[in-house]
Design a protein around this ligand. Structure first.
Ligand SMILES: C[S@@+](CC[C@H](N)C(=O)[O-])C[C@H]1O[C@@H](n2cnc3c(N)ncnc32)[C@H](O)[C@@H]1O
Ligand SMILES: [Zn+2]
Length: 361
């Protein structure tokens, strides 16, 4: 898998890891406390350095202001490439109303969450990071891939950055204390993990008793998926280098879009003929007014997002119901939504049934 390393773009103060975070993070391997060694620090903030586990000795690098608790080259590297290549597409002001709508429809949380501490699992380029930060909450965001670098750039205002704590980590080994969060959200992520149940339940110990998790996951629809081009193309394209996928599909999407536009102009039969080109709508009006290059970019991102992930594992509503009950969680809501399944669960005030969830705080 290609290693995609975007250039470091230093931001204003407030953009970088806070020294005080060193006391919060735990070693993902043994959950021991970490000792900060700053090679490059300014005041309360660290640009480069490391966090050394005081129990097992593992060294975790801080690179470009972000603590890295996983190796760069992991199964999500294609997402790292994707979110750095299309860093601004989904955080563009034209798209933010849609991000708002989806975030609040999925979580059902109030718009003011000042004073709360929230965890975001799998932040990607940060479209929901930006929404969550607008609530006034203290936000911890992580992603397995180098998407964190794009997310870092997308949270721009220094006063907002001060409430944002960003790190690169695996959902199955989150380097934070258990019982730390009032709320956790995980959108667009679970279906792309190796073991969806494990990833979903891995989040629960980090909730405070009474805290709530909102997550979504693709819905398993075998009949519909049998006719979905994506599932026919994935076995072939998911092995391609992300940069090759990008070159190939941006050309295909561009030609297909121009051809579809031409067909649409044929009087009478144009509206029917253009349907043979399966790239969706030619524009997003009236919701969004975008230029043709912008529309082509959105469509290319959408194809790459479908074809490049290593894992794409839709699940059933009953899976989430069973897993939640098995873990002794209160099921707040289980519905269909923007991304397939929407699930909201609460950690009960009494100790949770599954002792495994509670281990090794
Ligand atoms: C489709 S993207 C969604 C990103 C973002 N939540 C959004 O909706 O724009 C899925 C993200 O999940 C991340 N991911 C996949 N497996 C992960 C894991 N084990 N731990 C943390 N993040 C993971 C990927 O790196 C990727 O950025
Ligand atoms: Zn350790």
């Amino acid at each position: 898998m290609e290693l995609f390393l975007p250039p470091f773009r230093p931001g204003p103060l407030g953009n970088i890891m806070k020294k005080s975070d060193a006391n919060v993070f735990r070693c993902p391997a043994c959950r021991g406390p970490l000792l900060l060694q700053a090679d490059d620090a300014a005041g309360e903030e660290v640009k480069e350095g490391s966090l050394r586990c005081q129990k097992c000795g593992t060294q975790h690098a801080i690179v470009d202001s972000i603590p890295r608790f996983v190796p760069y080259d992991n199964y999500a590297a294609s997402f790292g490439f994707q979110w750095n290549a299309f860093a601004r597409v989904q955080t563009d002001p034209a798209q933010m109303p849609y991000n708002h709508e989806r975030f609040f429809a999925t979580t059902d949380w109030p718009s003011d969450l000042s004073g709360q501490t929230i965890l975001e699992a799998g932040c990607g380029a940060g479209r929901f990071t930006c929404v969550a930060l607008e609530t006034g909450a203290e936000l911890y965001s992580f992603d397995l891939s180098r998407a964190v670098d794009a997310c870092f750039d997308n949270v721009e205002k220094p006063d907002v950055k001060r409430r944002h704590h960003l790190f690169q980590a695996d959902i199955n080994a989150i380097p934070l204390p258990h019982g730390m969060f009032d709320k956790i959200f995980c959108l667009g992520v679970l279906q792309h993990t190796a073991d969806v149940k494990k990833a979903y339940l891995s989040l629960i110990p980090f909730l405070k008793p009474g805290g709530e998790l909102a997550a979504d996951c693709y819905l398993n629809q075998p009949l519909k998926h049998a006719f979905n081009l994506k599932y026919w193309l994935r076995p072939f394209f998911k092995w391609w280098k992300p940069s090759m996928l990008l070159t190939f599909w941006s050309a295909v999407v561009s030609v297909a879009y121009d051809l579809k536009s031409l067909l649409a102009r044929i009087p009478g039969i144009g509206a029917s003929l253009m349907r043979i080109i399966p790239i969706g709508r030619l524009n997003f009006e009236p919701e969004m007014r975008l230029s043709v290059p912008e529309i082509k970019e959105i469509k290319t991102l959408s194809v790459i997002d479908m074809l490049s992930p290593k894992y794409d594992q839709p699940k059933k509503l009953s899976d989430f119901e069973a897993w939640s009950r098995e873990a002794g969680l209160e099921l707040v809501k289980l519905t269909l939504g923007y991304n397939g399944i929407n699930v909201r669960v609460r950690r009960p005030l009494s100790p949770i049934r599954n002792e495994k969830l509670e281990m090794r705080n």
